[in-house]
Design a binder for this molecule. Structure first.
Ligand code: FES
Length: 110
């Protein structure tokens, strides 16, 4: 029996967009950004490498523009799928990625 916990249904993530999910754990948990391109999903910690702030402007609401994710705090611009910062105060840094798998339409931690 597979005991992996689903983080979200792929269809809950807008294609070309992102949602926020909370992962509970015995050490307090963490917040992730799930981004989707077709059936491909990538995950990043919802923590900007510039000043450690969340990237969403309201819980789960992200600034997405032309394949980029823009940090709502100070405007750093990240590749939506790569998490690499192309512009702004942390140019050259990257969001911390987290491996995820899509199994039967569910996004799961491996
Ligand atoms: S915290 Fe994201 S750009 Fe400053």
């Amino acid at each position: 029996m597979d005991v992996r916990k689903s983080l979200a249904n792929v269809d809950d993530i807008p294609d070309g967009g992102a949602i926020a999910v909370r992962v509970d754990s015995s050490t307090g948990g963490f917040d992730l950004i799930l981004v989707r391109a077709g059936e491909t999903v990538a995950a990043f910690h919802n923590e900007c490498p510039h000043a450690g702030r969340r990237l969403d402007w309201a819980p789960g609401k992200f600034l997405i523009d032309n394949g980029t994710l823009i940090c709502a705090a100070h405007g750093a611009v990240f590749g939506l799928q790569s998490g690499h910062c192309h512009g702004g105060p942390c140019r050259g840094a990257s969001l911390r990625s987290v491996p995820v798998e899509v199994i039967d339409g569910q996004v799961c931690l491996p």
